[in-house]
Design a protein around this ligand. Structure first.
Ligand code: IPE
Ligand code: IPE
Ligand code: MG
Length: 252
């Protein structure tokens, strides 16, 4: 039944901001007796499919967790290949992303170990797509939710904001990409059920789904299932009544 839902039919109760923890690449490869990097390579098709599916469904904000601050702990060879794959994917897909009205942003990106050539390609992609508004794609890359919170605290101190003026709203304005609305739905593939330091501030009241599918196998139909699950949830935000659905345009 869910497979038969087309993007056009998903019109009501759509989350404004969907975020994916793209997990399970290594296990996908292991199941096929392939090196872990083959799983990262296969992940590209899922990323492309999900971006287009989300865009065509009318989701305004999509965030993808691609590399965490903790992922630097992985073997250098794996990290190097991940960096190369991201660069290759950017070069390959930048024109199509731009043509489809996707604004691309990268959240994190402060570690000097990121190759300068990759930083350049990311900067070029962000510049190219900066005026697009059909959907904002945020790639969390060298991202850590705690680091963002610490950086926001530093920024408040640098701006000499008086302590009594530090509210949740002012704090949020000092987070990177502070125009990003809170996350409504987090999808973590592969069955793992943890946050892994992902957009900690923004997921405060997100709904979570944990499909078993490994990320390289994730496709539009899985996204429709997750959206359907989201639609069936009753969000209460600590209150008793269901608040009005988000429209996809508002920011905090
Ligand atoms: C997610 O897949 C990709 C990154 C974290 C970069 P994993 O590489 O974590 O795959 P598993 O969890 O080992 O299967
Ligand atoms: C989270 O996955 C990070 C990304 C998907 C990029 P990990 O596989 O690195 O997380 P843990 O180690 O299982 O928590
Ligand atoms: Mg993992």
């Amino acid at each position: 039944m869910i497979e038969s839902l087309s993007a056009m039919e998903i019109v009501s109760g759509l989350p404004c901001h969907v975020a994916c923890v793209m997990d399970g690449n290594g296990r996908w490869a292991a199941q096929r007796s392939l090196p872990r990097t083959a799983g990262h390579e296969a992940a590209e098709a899922a990323v492309v499919d999900v971006i287009e599916a989300a865009r065509s469904a009318g989701i305004k904000w999509l965030s993808l967790y691609a590399f965490s601050t903790e992922n630097w702990r992985r073997p250098t060879a794996e990290v190097d290949i991940l960096m190369r794959l991201v660069r290759r994917a950017i070069r390959k897909h930048a024109p199509a992303l731009h043509a489809r009205g996707v604004r691309c942003r990268f959240l994190g990106m402060s570690d000097p170990r990121i190759p300068p050539s990759l930083v350049q390609d990311i900067t070029d992609l962000m510049t190219l797509t900066s005026d697009n508004r059909r959907m904002t794609l945020t790639v969390a890359f060298d991202h850590g939710g705690r680091r963002d919170i610490v950086e926001a605290a530093r920024s408040l101190i640098h701006a000499a904001v008086p302590a009594e003026q530090v509210t949740e709203a002012t704090f949020a304005r000092h987070l990177p990409y502070s125009d990003t609305p809170d996350v409504d739905l987090v999808i973590r593939t592969s069955g793992e059920q943890r946050i892994s330091n992902f957009m900690l501030w923004q997921v405060a009241y997100a709904e979570w789904v944990f499909p078993q599918v490994l990320w390289p196998d994730f496709r539009a139909t899985h996204l429709w299932e997750c959206l359907e699950a989201y639609r069936s949830r009753q969000r209460r935000f600590g209150g008793l009544r269901r608040p009005a659905a988000t429209t996809g345009e508002e920011s905090r």
